[in-house]
Structures are given as C-alpha cells and as structure tokens.
Write a protein that binds this ligand. Structure first.
Ligand code: SF4
Ligand code: SF4
Length: 416
C-alpha cells in the first residue's frame, strides 16, 4: 500500500513504525472475512481493511471525526485479522498507534473519559476491584437490569486438595494478576497443584500485579509501562536466582508480558530486562505440554468439555491445540465448536465500553459452545470466563481447574 505521511507527523517515531506496517498491507481484504465486527455490522469500515484505510488517511493529513474514532473503538483487538493476513500485517500495533493519535485529535466526551478513568483507577488494583465487586454483588438487586448484567459475581471458593510437600527439582514464577486474583483465584491454586505434582516450585511475588494491558488498550501508555517496570522489578531477583519460566495463566496477560520487550525497547534502564522477561514468559499450556507424560492424571472418563480458545491465546500468542491435548490427556472429551476463531466479546474493557456488540458476540459464542451439550465450558482467560458465565447456566472454568481436578477426580467441582 502506498503511503504519504503528512508533514506534521514526519518526526514522530510511532508514525514511522505505522507507515512501515501500512506499506506491508496489500489491501487484499482476506482479513475482512474473519473479523467479528465486520460479520455483525457488515460495514467495510468496521473491518480491518477499512480501519487500516482510516488510519492511513488520517496519517496522510485527512481530518478525523468522532465516527473515525467510533470505527476504531468498535475493534476488539482480537487479532483474528493478523492470523488470517497472508502478508503478516501487524494490525494490532497499527491500531494502537492510530487510535492514540486519533483520540488525541478528536477527544472524548466527559462521560467516556470518566468511564475510562474509572476503569484504570479500579481494575488494576485488586483491593479496590474486590471492594467494587462485593458492593456490586450486594446492590445488584437494586440496579436496573442493563447495569446489573454488567456486574460480575464473585465465585464461590472451590474445594482444593492441600498442596503436597516435595523437594523441588525446578523453579518457575507465576503471575497472580489483578482481575484473576479477585475473580478466579482458584486458577492460580490449580496451576500450583499441577506444578507441585511435577515437583516444580512456584514463586508468586506479591509486588507483581497488573500486566499493563488494560492501561495500554485505554491509551495510557506511560501508566502501562510503569506496571511493566514494576513487574520486572518484582521478578528480576528470581530470574537472577535461576527461575526457568514466567507462567501466566490468564492468556490476555500472557500475550502482554510476551510483548514487554517491544513495549520497553526505548527504555535504556529496562529494555534488556524486558526482553529477557518476554523471552521467559509462557502460557502454562506451553510449559506443561512438554512435560505432559509426567503429570500424574488419574485415568477416568471425566465428561465432555467445550473449549473456547481466547483470542489472546490463539491469535496473539498463536498457541493452538495445546490446551485441547492436555484436557484430553486428563480424561475429558472435547466437543466440536464451530467458528472457534471468533472472539467471545470480552476483550478486556470492551464488554464495559461496547456492551451491545459485546453481548451479541457472547451470545453467538455461547450458542456455538453449547451446541454439543458439554458438561462444562473451559477457557484460558479470566475475562472470557466471567463474560461467558454471565450468559450461561453451563459452568465455565479455566482449563487449569479441570486439569487439577483430574489429579483428584472431581469434575463436579467446577459447578460450585
Ligand atoms: S491486513 Fe493483510 S489480509 Fe487485510 S487487507 Fe491488508 S494484506 Fe490483506
Ligand atoms: S482485531 Fe479483531 S475486531 Fe479488530 S479488525 Fe482485527 S479481526 Fe476485526
């Protein structure tokens, strides 16, 4: 694609990067076919090729309007278009740069700014988020239906076997995260149990926290980079002491940590450490699959599971089939799920900022997941888990919960 960057952007390094991405797009439109928002809205400008065109026009000097920003805001950053693109266009990075410039030009209403500020002030802080969810739970019956549907419910604690004592042969780091530590803490426990069964010790430093993805997606880049630096500081002594990997069980956070190197590449104090952290980051399915034969699953037929691969797992991290293999080894039978490449509509803060589209996508996804009448739906990211559970009677678990249950055969646990 030919580009002509406007003189006012010529000295901006992020626009130079955007320009290179724009030039790699051949405008073929293959990506449009797999874009969830294009499928629902049917407007070229609500698909990747249209959004790329809008960013190109803006960087060439065309004025942006609130409609330009609206088309970019409707993008889930699910990255299905990146998986489909034969030219390797880095759409998500282009959208991040384009959105930041267009938002700075067009601005947002006071209400929209307030929503984004509140999200950033609450969600990355587990103690504040926990308080909000508790209050939401208490006052839910008094809220209007539309608002009540948006309040997540705190899960009941799951029964967990005590952790085994063992002599550790390996040492890894795990990230508890912000939302996951409040909403689904059992996921972290499950990971520790599986690792414990392999003789692997896990460090979860309390000073690590939010991965920075929420702030980054809300255009608060400095704030996001500060969260990243805080995590690197928390993990660095453990890395120097020989930690073999950083396991991130929320795939949305995992895809962010894997990009720390790129995000902090211009920071002279952190660039090297960030690259090392990114190289050590992995989804538990990557690490566990290499050792699958050693996991002491108790042989049993544990029922049927429909697996929803989050976009952050299948499109951002490009990890396909690993979780499914582990679940099968643990004794679960997987049901077929049509259109498994499509987003469930959770997408970080999307479910709050774009509730109508988000719910349409969730209902569509649940229809596909429930078609095979599974006993349970499994996923790999806390956001998808809560979002899907909010519209379904079928229990929705993290796949690690199911694998941990297979160490002691208790499938019924996931319906607590
Ligand atoms: S992003 Fe890729 S698939 Fe989409 S129009 Fe450009 S080259 Fe084609
Ligand atoms: S990231 Fe997802 S929603 Fe956004 S343009 Fe690409 S496919 Fe469409």
């Amino acid at each position: 694609m030919q580009t002509h960057i406007a003189p006012r952007f010529q000295n901006d390094p992020s626009v130079t990067e955007a320009d290179a991405i724009l030039r790699s797009c051949v405008h073929c439109g293959f990506c449009t076919a797999t874009c969830p928002t294009y499928q629902i809205l049917g407007d070229e400008l609500d698909g990747p090729r249209g959004r790329i065109y809008l960013i190109k026009e803006f960087l060439a000097g065309a004025p942006a309007t609130e409609h330009t920003l609206e088309h970019l805001d409707r993008c889930l950053t699910c990255r299905a278009c990146e998986t489909t693109c034969p030219s390797g266009v880095r759409y998500a990075r282009l959208a991040e740069i384009g959105r930041a410039h267009i938002e700075a030009e067009v601005g947002r209403s006071t209400l929209e700014r307030l929503k984004r500020r509140l999200l950033r002030a609450i969600v990355p802080h587990p103690e504040r988020f926990h308080l909000l969810v508790r209050l939401g739970d208490i006052f839910k019956p008094l809220l209007p239906d539309a608002l009540a549907r948006m309040v997540p419910t705190l899960p009941k604690p799951r029964l967990k076997a005590p952790r085994a004592t063992f002599h550790a042969t390996h040492r890894v780091i795990a990230l508890a995260g912000c939302v996951q530590s409040v909403m689904t803490p059992s996921t972290g426990v499950a990971l520790e149990q599986i690792l414990g069964s392999l003789g692997v010790a896990v460090d979860v430093p309390a000073s690590a926290g939010c991965c920075g993805a929420l702030s980054l997606h809300l255009n608060a880049h400095n704030e996001a980079h500060n969260y990243m630096r805080r995590n690197i500081d928390a993990w660095w002594p453990l890395i120097e002491a020989g930690a073999e990997a950083i396991l991130v069980s929320a795939s949305g956070c995992g895809s962010m940590v894997k990009e720390y190197g790129e995000a902090l590449q211009n920071d002279p104090h952190y660039a090297e450490k960030a690259a090392r952290v990114a190289a050590l980051a992995c989804d538990p399915s990557e690490w566990l699959l290499e050792r699958a034969g050693e996991i002491p699953f108790v042989a049993a037929n544990r029922g049927t599971v429909a697996f929803h691969a989050p976009c952050s797992l299948q499109h951002a991290q490009r990890l396909q089939g690993r979780v499914e293999t582990l679940l099968q080894q643990a004794g679960y039978q997987l049901t077929n799920v049509r259109d498994s490449h499509l987003c469930c509509g959770s997408a970080g803060s999307y479910s709050i900022l774009q509730p109508t589209l988000s719910q349409q996508l969730r209902n569509q996804k649940l229809e596909a997941l429930q078609a095979g009448q599974p006993d349970c739906i499994a996923t790999a990211n806390v956001g998808c888990q809560i979002h899907l559970q909010s519209g379904s009677e079928t229990p929705v678990c993290h796949w690690l919960d199911l694998c941990a249950d297979a160490l002691a055969p208790l499938l019924e646990d996931c319906s607590d």
